[in-house]
Design a binder for this molecule. Structure first.
Ligand code: GSH
Length: 215
């Protein structure tokens, strides 16, 4: 099987996770961010993640891919979401984009390997969140706000390998979005959040950004 992704894409992290968690062989393929024809040829629109199945068909939608892999390859691992309001609220209010987007595009990620790939991302995302330069200039304040949110998150995480204590769809949602913040240099991680990131990365095989982090 092949999974088509962008490295930075939180939905793609979701789709990558069950392969690592279950030790299933797959090939990771990266589209350039401005490649419209590649994904469109597979699923009729420019969207990732896309799973190329062994039967020759293509599956979009991150959570459909997660369920397909979890249910059809070995014993299912993932418990249903516990629908914890504190976690739902945290994810809904995390507002990570002004910190992450201007940094992802400066990092050596496969989807930004060409100037056109990076320019496409910057143009499209600045329409959504405003000029990257302004967010970068406002980094100290944004990081201070995120540091406070990470303290709130620490109280929600029940164990380093599972936000609810047992691996579940909530880990797919949480690590999917949280992994991206490791591109931000100089954050203060509460030990519970640091341990969760490290453990989930190791178990899912989705690397953190580590030395790529940008202050
Ligand atoms: N509901 C979709 C959302 C996927 C999604 O929004 N992917 C983004 C990348 S993070 C995308 O491909 N957007 C089109 C683009 O970047 O041009 C899923 O869960 O798979």
């Amino acid at each position: 099987m092949k999974l088509y992704v962008y490295d930075h894409c939180p939905y793609c992290v979701r789709a990558r996770m069950p392969f690592g968690l279950k030790g299933i062989d797959f090939q990771l393929e990266f589209f350039l961010n401005d490649d419209v024809d590649g994904p469109t040829a597979l699923i009729g629109t420019k969207m990732v993640p896309i799973l190329a199945k062994d039967d020759g068909t293509y599956m979009p939608e991150s959570l459909d891919i997660v369920t397909f892999i979890d249910q059809n390859f070995g014993k299912p691992l993932l418990a249903p979401s516990a629908n914890r309001p504190e976690l739902t609220d945290w994810l809904a209010n995390a507002a990570l984009n002004p910190l992450t987007m201007p940094r992802w595009v400066q990092a050596p990620l496969a989807e930004f390997a060409t100037d056109a790939g990076a320019a496409y991302f910057t143009g499209k995302k600045e329409e959504l969140i405003g000029p990257f330069a302004e967010h970068l200039a406002n980094s100290a304040e944004l990081k201070e706000e995120l540091n406070i949110k990470l303290v709130t998150l620490a109280a929600i995480i029940e164990s380093p390998g599972a936000v609810n204590g047992t691996l579940s769809y909530d880990d797919i949602l949480l690590f999917g979005h949280l992994r991206g913040i490791t591109i931000i240099g100089g954050l203060e991680y509460p030990s519970t959040v640091r341990a969760y990131l490290d453990t989930m990365s190791e178990q899912s095989g989705v690397p953190l950004y580590g030395s790529m982090a940008i202050d």
